[in-house]
Design a protein. Structure first.
Length: 194
């Protein structure tokens, strides 16, 4: 009886290893904190992400393949009579690139392009989102609870064509955090004191 159980366990283990492709690297990609911040009539998002890039993906970046990361943000409020009302549906992207000739990393976000000393320094811009201007506070009702969610993903649609094809066949290129939910409310404006 114990031999049969042991054999069944080994068969299940072999099946799992065959399906998952062997012992893969355990990743801990997740969003650790999200903080909505109201400043000067704008809603900003600050977030910290535990993101690990290693192995084949890092080697490709070190050979000059640009990596594009995109943060997806959704903010909604409940409606009793229909679907939830989506207040914000935005994306923010970064481009990490390495110039093999000059041996310099660069991080691009919109029109802004910044140098970085190492790959980890370049990745820090993606791991620590600061001051992402989302929308005006006027779009939100005071003291109403809003639900949001955020995720970060490697945007394989912006990779060079040969790597886009490879990204469909390899799990190395599927870097995505699970959605992280958060909620917040806007305080009513304080009256000006005379």
């Amino acid at each position: 009886m114990t031999f049969a159980r042991s054999l069944a366990f080994l068969l299940r283990l072999c099946l799992v290893l065959c399906v998952t492709g062997g012992l893969a690297t355990v990743r801990a990609d997740q969003i650790s904190s999200i903080e909505p911040v109201v400043k000067n009539g704008q809603l900003y998002i600050d977030a910290d992400i535990d993101l690990v890039i290693d192995g084949e993906l890092r080697e490709a970046a070190e050979k000059g393949v640009p990596l594009y990361f995109t943060a997806d943000l959704e903010i909604a409020t409940d409606r009793w009579w229909w679907f939830d009302k989506v207040m914000v549906d935005q994306q923010h992207s970064w481009r990490l690139s390495y110039n093999v000739l000059t041996r310099q990393w660069r991080v691009g976000s919109g029109d802004l392009n910044m140098p970085a000393a190492t790959f980890e320094d370049a990745l820090a811009y993606v791991r620590h989102i600061r001051g992402w201007a989302v929308t005006s506070v006027e779009a939100f009702e005071p003291e109403t609870t809003y639900r949001g969610r955020l995720r970060l993903r490697l945007d394989t649609s912006r990779l060079p064509r040969p790597f886009r094809i490879d990204s469909f066949n390899s799990s190395i290129w599927s870097v995505v955090t699970p959605w992280k939910d958060f909620s917040f409310s806007i305080s009513p404006p304080t009256p000006d004191l005379p």
